[in-house]
Design a binder for this molecule. Structure first.
Ligand SMILES: [Zn+2]
Length: 258
């Protein structure tokens, strides 16, 4: 997936609300911002947008055309640092190596922006090392921690940050693998069958997959309610609309009371 090259302006077309908030914050940027909600690409795009907003050389910020905006978009800006948890855990060594840099003013006239993409993947040691830098604020250094929900970060990091929430869940559909899990969930809701053999395979469901399925089901439910979406949402909508449908008598609800 080419998310590494996404154009932040295009990727944020559905996030006017969060962008307006960031724009309002730019006059006096908080040292640390938590960007939650949206999806991983939107969060990262919003972080890049923030870096552009703080470093753009044009009057209409961000212009997406000046050298600073272009370099930020290409991840080639001298005052942009990215620690990317989308690929792997964020380990402590690179965070420790960056700490002296955070102790210095930025190279340019704007701000040094450090993005921690999917910051819930900071290892505990990494999060603590980062916290030390947040506790010793240096002018001109700002941080952005992207995460699905603030609850997934160390509380001490969140309490030192300004939280901006992107629209969530977003307007796009589910990935094919998640849509398949959702189809199985809807099938189970209708019939009471097929779910447990699926999840009983040892190691087949980890926390990350469970979270993605949960988000996927939120999309399916939203689509079912609004009459949009694909076949899974249509299936759910048809089942919800049948006479006498009561969610409290569905197999999912019955499972709670043995
Ligand atoms: Zn610009």
């Amino acid at each position: 997936m080419a998310s590494g090259l996404l154009d932040p302006i295009t990727a944020l077309s559905g996030q006017h609300h969060a962008i307006m908030r960031l724009d309002a914050l730019a006059a006096n940027p908080p040292q640390s911002i938590v960007l939650e909600g949206g999806d991983a690409d939107e969060r990262f795009a919003a972080a890049l947008w923030w870096a552009m907003r703080l470093n753009c050389e044009s009057e209409q910020k961000p212009c997406d055309a000046c050298p600073a905006c272009r370099q930020i978009r290409d991840r080639a800006f001298s005052d942009l640092m990215v620690f990317d948890g989308r690929e792997d855990l964020i380990k402590v060594e690179p965070i420790r190596e960056a700490r002296p840099i955070w102790g210095q003013p930025p190279h340019g006239d704007g701000y040094r922006v450090t993005i921690l993409a999917e910051a819930q993947r900071l290892m505990t040691e990494s999060a603590n090392a980062l916290l030390k830098s947040l506790e010793e604020p240096r002018p001109g250094n700002v941080f952005v921690l992207c995460t699905p929900q603030r609850e997934r970060l160390l509380e001490t990091l969140v309490s030192r940050s300004f939280v901006v929430t992107l629209s969530w869940p977003n307007a796009q559909g589910n990935d094919a693998d998640i849509e398949e899990w959702c189809a199985a969930m809807v099938g189970f809701w209708k019939s009471g069958r097929g779910w447990f053999p699926r999840t009983a395979t040892k190691g087949s469901v980890d926390a990350d997959l469970a979270f993605r399925v949960l988000l996927g089901m939120q999309r399916v439910l939203r689509d079912a309610m609004s009459g949009s979406g694909g076949t899974v949402a249509a299936d759910m909508a048809a089942h919800l609309a049948r006479p006498g449908c009561d969610v409290s008598t569905s197999p999912l609800a019955r499972r709670r009371t043995p």
